[in-house]
Design a protein around this ligand. Structure first.
Ligand SMILES: CNc1ncnc2c1ncn2[C@@H]1O[C@H](COP(=O)(O)OP(=O)(O)OP(=O)(O)O)[C@@H](O)[C@H]1O
Length: 237
């Protein structure tokens, strides 16, 4: 049995705010919950009745205190995160924004901070961020990614007192529908990596490591192209 086979997905969002003029991005330090103690973009679960874009705007407001007009929120990617021996995949709609309104503020879940493009703290981020965030920053988007993660060996993750907590974000937005295993059509980028290992002296980016990933420069044109023995909710550009 394929340990990365999924039967359903939860729909999540992730927003990168980019200050082009000063060549920096806004990240948030996650204080609790899924991905705690890692720096990440802003986002969360899409709520029932919301489109992914609406959910992304809401989460950005909740977590960073700022508002982005829907026309200014650009789709930069669609990432399917698969965890070993977990049949629920995370369908993550990734956006970027160059403009926002309001004052950036900290909340009980996230502590926002600007990072120069040259100083992005990848070693304290989800390990997959390093694979796709540079594409966003270089404008090599939109992209589609299928990223398989597995737990680090216990000895390593056991020592991570501040590791990522929890595997499954609780969500009521799991979708249902057809299942196919057709990957998106090939774009001009195709990257595959297998069994990445992390050395013990590397700073931690959580208890998961990348087992394998595939990224390409094309968004699936239809939901059935996204699913891999799983299901995908409404798809929007
Ligand atoms: C596996 N590799 C990953 N790489 C990069 N980012 C990842 C990720 N896996 C999840 N994420 C992001 O982590 C946030 C979790 O959101 P999460 O806190 O669970 O949602 P939400 O705020 O709705 O939760 P509450 O129920 O309010 O706590 C959300 O932005 C989601 O896109």
């Amino acid at each position: 049995m394929d340990p990365f086979r999924i039967t359903s997905t939860k729909v999540l969002t992730l927003v990168t705010v980019i200050d082009k003029q000063n060549q920096r991005i806004l990240l948030g330090y996650k204080k609790r919950g899924f991905g705690a103690h890692l720096w990440n973009g802003f986002g969360g679960k899409v709520e029932p009745g919301e489109t992914p874009k609406e959910g992304a705007i809401r989460e950005l407001e909740e977590e960073a205190g700022i508002t982005v007009h829907p026309d200014k929120l650009q789709k930069t990617g669609l990432l399917l995160f698969l965890f070993e021996n977990d049949t629920v995949g995370l369908e993550t709609h990734v956006y970027k924004a160059y403009e926002y309104e309001g004052e950036i503020r900290e909340c009980d879940e996230m502590r926002p901070q600007w990072f120069d493009f040259a100083d992005i703290p990848y070693s304290q981020m989800w390990p997959d961020d390093e694979t796709w965030l540079p594409l966003t920053l270089k404008g090599q988007d939109p992209f589609f990614g299928r990223i398989c993660l597995k737990r680090r060996p216990l000895t390593e993750s056991a020592s991570l007192e501040n590791g990522v907590s929890g595997l499954n974000p609780s969500s009521s937005t799991a979708s249902s529908g057809s299942t196919t295993s057709t990957a998106a059509s090939a774009g001009n980028l195709s990257t595959t990596m297998t069994n990445t290992s992390f050395t013990a002296d590397q700073p931690s980016n959580g208890p998961f490591e990348i087992f394998d990933y595939h990224l390409e420069h094309s968004l699936p044109s239809a939901p059935h192209e996204i699913a891999l023995d799983g299901t995908v909710a409404s798809y929007e550009n």
